[in-house]
Design a protein around this ligand. Structure first.
Ligand code: NAD
Length: 439
């Protein structure tokens, strides 16, 4: 097999003969793509037209200008976004990404995703998301800290443990969360640990948070295999994306007895019929930044990884990798969506026809926000749990949520994604009905 360049992050979906056109499914606009799924679920649950109108719009969209002094002494101005989609079930919750390609449409989609995700796992948060248009690889640590602090200061009256709680996302990490917490605490003159989650343990982070998303993926994958009557031990899995989510999921699935036959990152994929040694691959990435050159298997492209013969495919990298263009070539029984939005709405139809069991992102990768919820609870009570308590409670919520979605899927004869949206839209709508409309 040959080594190719990474997959296109923005899919150029060309129509395929024999595949029905879906004019409502905007494959390259994440907000419209997400809304297509919401519209479908809203119709199936006969959502009240008034609540439908409310949920179609984010509550708040904020664009801030972030001027900072660079290390050279020059001034640069970055753009930052924060979108709060819905707070009916609790404070806004959602990560902040630093990325040169981040757009307001993407942030709107991700904020709404968070509303549905928190509702699927039934935790008391609404949905939010943030982003700063910048390339963190081109900024020094000191510049990155100034961007983070100025962004936080610009949103000082929006963020808060009771109103809007950020977390890490693409290119942000525990350290960025510490700067946000510190900036917020300085402005408010209070400790305010609960203003962000995904913090370092030393300043109120939760044990088990770093592994939580990958662990959630492992748990739902096992539940899906059990449901389908497939064995866990010896099932073949490929993981696209070898960062926080993908590497932890690969490691934990391996520990459960699955054979991880392929992993990939932005540089390359690696295939080994007998299984990849995840610890060894992780060590390689720690030393060399990317999987490229890792000798534990044959190099394959990301596109080749997606079409391997598998029991489980776990996309855990970026959006829009399984599209109308390549869905017909997918050869797996289960897809566990570790990433947000890896499958376009048009591809869903093709996968359904092929009988692929898709565990949708808003269920599959909800382990992260579930343990963020635990972190927030621990911060508010000032009492910290041991790791076993975190892991056991995460497992209980994840197994129950999978069962809830499966039950809706069976009752309405719909796929798991539609069921997850139906369940979450119903839960959010129920709260709107109870609370009524403030005017
Ligand atoms: P990360 O930055 O730690 O890792 C991303 C990985 O994907 C890296 O290995 C990178 O090399 C690889 N990658 C990037 N572009 C690629 C491409 N075009 N093709 C193949 N691989 C590529 O990020 P993460 O935290 O692991 O997040 C991955 C996905 O999971 C994102 O969609 C994110 O929104 C989602 N997610 C993350 C969490 C979390 O807790 N970290 C929670 C829920 C959802």
């Amino acid at each position: 097999m040959t080594k190719n360049s990474p997959v296109d992050t923005v899919a150029s979906d060309v129509p395929v003969a024999g595949v029905a056109q879906e004019p409502n499914f905007g494959d390259d606009n994440p907000f419209e793509d997400m809304m297509a799924r919401f519209d479908h679920a809203a119709e199936l649950v006969s959502l009240d037209p008034g609540i439908y109108k409310v949920l179609r719009q984010p509550e708040k969209q904020i664009i801030v200008s972030i001027p900072i002094q660079l290390d050279t002494g020059d001034v640069e101005v970055f753009t930052g976004y924060r979108v709060i989609h819905n707070t009916s079930r609790g404070p806004g919750k959602g990560g902040i990404r630093f990325d040169p390609n981040v757009t307001i449409d993407e942030v709107k989609a991700l904020a709404a995703w968070m509303t549905w995700k928190c509702a699927v796992v039934n935790i008391p948060f609404g949905g939010a998301k943030g982003g700063v248009v910048c390339d963190p690889t081109k900024l020094s640590d000191a510049e990155l800290e100034r961007v983070t602090r100025r962004y936080t200061a610009a949103l000082i009256n929006v963020l808060g443990p009771e109103s809007d709680i950020p977390a890490p996302d693409v290119n942000t990490n525990e350290r960025v969360m510490a700067w946000i917490m510190d900036t917020y605490a300085m402005h408010k003159q209070s400790a305010s640990h609960g203003v962000v989650t995904g913090k370092p343990i030393e300043i109120g982070g939760s044990l088990g948070r770093r592994e939580a998303t990958g662990r959630g993926c492992m748990i739902v994958t096992k539940e899906a295999l059990k449901h389908l009557g497939l064995p866990v031990r010896g099932s073949r899995v490929a993981v696209q994306g070898f960062g926080n989510v993908g590497s932890v999921a690969a490691k934990l699935l391996g520990q459960e007895g699955l054979t991880v036959v392929a992993v990939s990152d932005a540089s390359t994929g690696v295939y080994n019929e007998n299984g990849i040694y995840i610890d060894e691959a992780l060590q390689w990435v720690r030393e060399n930044r990317y999987l490229d050159g890792y000798p534990g298997g044959d190099a394959i492209s990301n596109e080749e990884l997606l079409s391997l013969e598998l029991d489980v495919l776990l996309p855990a990298a970026v959006e829009n990798v399984i599209t109308r263009r390549n869905a017909a070539g997918i050869n797996t029984k289960v897809i566990c969506e570790g990433a947000n939005g890896p499958t376009t709405a048009a591809a869903d139809r093709i996968l359904e026809d092929k009988g692929v069991f898709v565990i949708p992102d808003i269920l599959a990768n909800a382990g992260g926000v579930t343990v963020s919820y635990f972190e927030w609870v621990q911060n508010r009570s000032g009492y910290f749990w041991d790791e076993k308590t975190v892991v056991d409670r995460l497992e209980a919520i994840t197994v129950r949520s999978f069962a809830d979605v499966l039950e809706v899927s069976k009752r309405h004869s719909v796929d798991m994604r539609t069921a997850a949206y139906m369940l979450s839209v119903e839960r959010v709508a129920a709260v709107h009905r109870i609370r009524g409309m403030y005017a």
